[in-house]
Write a protein that binds this ligand. Structure first.
Ligand code: FJE
Ligand code: FE
Length: 305
């Protein structure tokens, strides 16, 4: 494997699981393609709890709901979303923008479309280690123009987290992780190094690609590919006319027990019970939920745990 084709890798990972993320309704009028986090196929991939490709048109959206114990990473592909939380923090993200939210001990927010048409994006949930689950909530917001890009040999990469082509993202990942958005021109190939001990996966956003080994069968959009052992990913766009776009996501496994109830993710059942109690009583991080009818039911996604 020549280093000239990308980052030097010596033991390319192979694809150990390939799953199509089916479109499913979520709440009132929103739709998601859930890959990681779908109960049947891929419950979680430590430290990742969920990856949704979401499709939402107003008036549907994700009205007020709580989070505790993990991070949500929202990356817009099309359209505009406005988020508003219980502490008065409000922001709008457009195509190409990123919101990296560390929910920590408590967050209540809404995520709603801010324009006509379909809003489309990816939302990733990254687990926090037991020592970080109750940290203070924190946001990292990057506009499209603040996300570093690099280009080489027909390969363009937007570096959301981690490093590629010698360029590093400014995003701080509480749980060590990488998140790269690759676009390969027809005929282009790339070899991306990934830390050996990390779990990693690919989500195909657009086009068709060959991943792992050169002679493996091509993978179309909306499929998730779980990668096996090795030190990197090889990818090829064998199309003669179309772009291939995919997200490569990897992270250091936490190797801790997970007890999840919808948007609360802790280590034990007792901590989940405590999260419900804290949410109900507006305490221990949910103080500001008082103004937000905190007892209102928040809808559970289809197929949620
Ligand atoms: C959720 C209620 C919710 N996938 N993709 C309960 F509203 C949500 C939720 C989302 C979500 C939000 C965006 Cl912007 C994109 C999403 C679920 O907000 F996950 C649960 N459990
Ligand atoms: Fe949320």
């Amino acid at each position: 494997m020549s280093a000239a084709m990308g980052d030097g890798i010596s033991r390319p990972k192979s694809v150990v699981k390939k799953v199509l993320s089916k479109l499913q309704p979520h709440g009132d009028g929103a739709f998601v393609r859930r890959s990681i986090g779908s109960k049947m196929e891929l419950k979680s991939l430590d430290p990742f709890l969920m990856l949704d490709e979401f499709f939402v048109s107003a008036p549907a959206g994700f009205p007020n709901h709580p989070h505790r114990g993990f991070e949500t990473v929202t990356y817009m592909l099309e359209g505009t979303f406005t988020h508003q939380d219980f502490a008065g923090h409000k922001g709008t993200i457009r195509a190409g923008d990123l919101q990296w939210m560390t929910a920590g001990r408590g967050m209540v927010h809404s995520e709603m479309p801010a324009e006509e048409g379909t809003q489309r994006g990816l939302q990733l949930w990254i687990n926090l280690s037991s020592k970080d689950k109750m940290i203070k909530p924190k946001y990292q917001e990057l506009r499209k123009e603040d996300i570093k890009t690099a280009e080489k040999d027909g390969v363009e990469v937007r570096i959301i987290a981690g490093e590629a082509m010698g360029i590093r993202s400014p995003v701080f990942t509480q749980t060590p992780a990488m998140y790269l958005d690759f676009t390969l021109k027809p005929g282009a190939k790339w070899h991306q190094s990934i830390p050996e001990s990390w779990n990693s996966f690919v989500y195909v956003i657009e086009g068709e690609g060959v991943f792992g080994t050169w002679n493996s069968s091509p993978t179309q959009a909306h499929h998730v590919l779980v990668l096996g052992p090795g030190d990197g990913l090889s990818a090829w766009n064998k199309s003669s006319s179309d772009l291939l776009r995919f997200a490569l996501i990897g992270g250091q496994p936490l190797n801790e027990p997970i007890v999840q109830y919808g948007p609360f993710v802790m280590n034990t059942q007792a901590e989940i019970d405590q999260a419900f109690e804290d949410y109900r009583c507006c305490q221990n991080g949910f103080e500001k939920a008082t103004s937000l009818t905190s007892l209102k039911n928040w809808s559970m996604p289809e197929g949620s745990i």
